[in-house]
Design a protein around this ligand. Structure first.
Ligand code: NAD
Length: 494
């Protein structure tokens, strides 16, 4: 059976999802939504105001009071979350169409990667619910010391549009497994799949009100979440600029912990002794994939002088082979850019880069195709200050800089703002580990690049790329707080 579908026949959920039911938006106009694959206006995203966000928080608090979600057996939470993962897989065809329709994700990739990964991440965290917890700690014999480990209560979570369901999983799965209720805001550009997911959660047995989805933009809905006094913790993924605004808003309204997964401008270092076919494949795949709209896109190629011509030629060939096509066609593998505005931004940075002296090896313009498709682009002759090297473009644009030795490679790898990921290609194990120690980044990949299915590895940025971790045990523990309890034991009296 083909996965291709007609986008005009997919019924999209409407409204917000609060207290276990859809709540229809009030009077104010929503945001126009255009399908990136053909530019067609297809829906309007409502904007939840502070009052509606407050309603979602009240629903979450009521659900925590009236259900056993936080207080009951952790194993029961795990069972319900595993039932949700089963339901996601059982109803994958509809969820997949909703996801592919409005996002940059081709349906074949949604069905083979995004939805299975969503289910896996939910199972990964479900398994922690009854295995990770408090501790008895060493004290003098006349005392008993323990660390109680508790959920926060209501967690606020905000996600970007680039992998809507996978990003939702990273935020929701650890928060729910850890016994919290959640008020979740998906991106205003891709909100519908989160609504379907929340409605499935209720059918799987998550008590109504434990998972609420409010739709809207950052300035109104996002700010109402981060500034809400009864939201105890914020979990955010998005741009560094929005992360900074969130820190300010949290500080203006109080104090609360936050996890911030932010932007990047990640280098891939290719040494002369590397397997060049492997490096060409990995480097090309990790700027072509999702059309470069990936936080860890390896958007800066640093290559040894001796192999630069051969490598850039191999990457150029791979870039020129991509074929644009709508996300609802099972044969499509190259993603559209999310919006016309983002196409303009990419074009502007590429233009500025050329004005600053860069040379275009391939690409540099949109495809002559309906929808928002930009050609994979390779840029060389760039200084460290060139805008294509410094800016997170969030598009299929790769810059090339060359180095003569390891020291120069390490210096070029460092970015003044970002520290998300680094790729190193070499057959010299000592060199790769020397550099891994030196890199100011939350993830280092050696002779590979890009996320794996090893959800035990936490992901997160250094410097302006973020605070805290998603995935791994760290993400589960970031959704729990610790309380120290010390008991004085009475001496025997008889
Ligand atoms: P964005 O920052 O514009 O928006 C992300 C989310 O934050 C959206 O839901 C948006 O409505 C909301 N938002 C925006 N401003 C806000 C504010 N002031 N207060 C509260 N919420 C606000 O990012 P985007 O364009 O959706 O996504 C692309 C960015 O996300 C890139 O910078 C990318 O690197 C980053 N990202 C990071 C990771 C990671 O794991 N580090 C993963 C995916 C994407």
């Amino acid at each position: 059976m083909t996965l291709s579908f007609d986008p005009d026949t997919v019924t999209l959920p409407q409204g917000h999802f609060i207290g276990g039911q859809y709540v229809q938006p009030g009077g104010s106009a929503g945001l126009d939504m255009h399908r990136p694959s053909d530019g067609q206006l297809f829906a309007s995203c409502p904007i939840a105001d502070a009052g509606l966000v407050d309603e979602a928080v009240r629903a979450a608090q009521a659900a925590l009071r009236s259900s056993d979600w936080a207080r009951g057996r952790p194993r029961d939470r795990a069972r319900v979350l595993n039932a949700l993962a089963d339901l996601i897989l059982a109803e994958a065809p509809y969820l997949g169409q909703v996801e592919a329709l409005s996002s940059s994700r081709p349906i074949t990739q949604v069905m083979s990667v995004d939805i299975p990964m969503l289910a896996e991440v939910i199972r990964f965290f479900a398994e922690m619910a009854d295995k990770e917890g408090g501790a008895l700690v060493p004290t003098a014999d006349d005392h008993l010391g323990m660390i109680m480990d508790e959920p926060y209560g209501v967690v606020g979570a905000i996600a970007p549009w680039n992998f809507p369901l996978i990003m939702a999983a990273w935020k929701l799965a650890p928060a729910l497994a850890a016994g919290n209720a959640v008020v979740f805001k998906p991106s205003e550009m891709t909100p519908h799949s989160a609504l379907v997911l929340a409605e499935m959660a209720v059918r799987a047995g998550v008590p109504a009100g434990i998972l609420n989805v409010v739709l809207g933009d950052g300035l109104t809905t996002g700010a109402a979440i981060t500034g809400h006094r009864d939201i105890a913790k914020i979990s955010f993924t998005g741009s560094t600029r929005a992360g900074q605004a969130i820190m300010e808003n949290i500080a203006r309204h109080g104090v609360k912990p936050m996890t911030l997964e932010l932007g990047g401008k990640s280098p891939q270092l290719v040494f002369a002794d590397a397997d060049l076919d492997l490096a060409a494949d990995c480097v090309a795949r990790n700027i072509i994939g999702n059309a470069g709209q990936v936080c860890v896109a390896g958007s800066r190629l640093l290559v040894h002088d001796a192999v630069a011509p051969a490598l850039t030629q191999a990457i150029t060939a791979r870039m020129q082979a991509v074929v644009p096509g709508p996300t609802w066609d099972a044969g499509s593998s190259y993603s559209p850019i999310i919006s016309a505005r983002q196409i303009d931004r990419i074009s502007a940075i590429v233009g500025d880069s050329r004005t600053a002296g860069a040379t275009l090896l391939t690409g540099g313009r949109a495809f002559d195709h309906q929808g928002y498709f930009y050609r994979p682009t390779l840029i060389t002759d760039v200084e460290a200050t060139n805008p294509a090297v410094t800016e997170e473009i969030f598009g299929p644009v790769l810059t090339v800089q060359t180095f003569a030795d390891e020291d120069q490679a390490a210096t070029l790898a460092s970015h003044p703002l970002y520290g998300l990921a680094v790729g190193i290609y070499t057959r010299d194990l000592s060199r790769s580990l020397r550099l891994a120690r030196q890199m100011q980044a939350g993830t280092v990949w050696i002779n590979r690049y890009g996320r794996s299915w090893d959800h035990i590895l936490p992901t997160g940025g250094f410097k302006g790329s973020g605070i805290g971790k998603d995935l791994g045990r760290a993400a589960y523990h970031a959704n729990r707080r610790q309380k120290s309890v010390l008991i004085a034991l009475q001496s025997a009296t008889d």
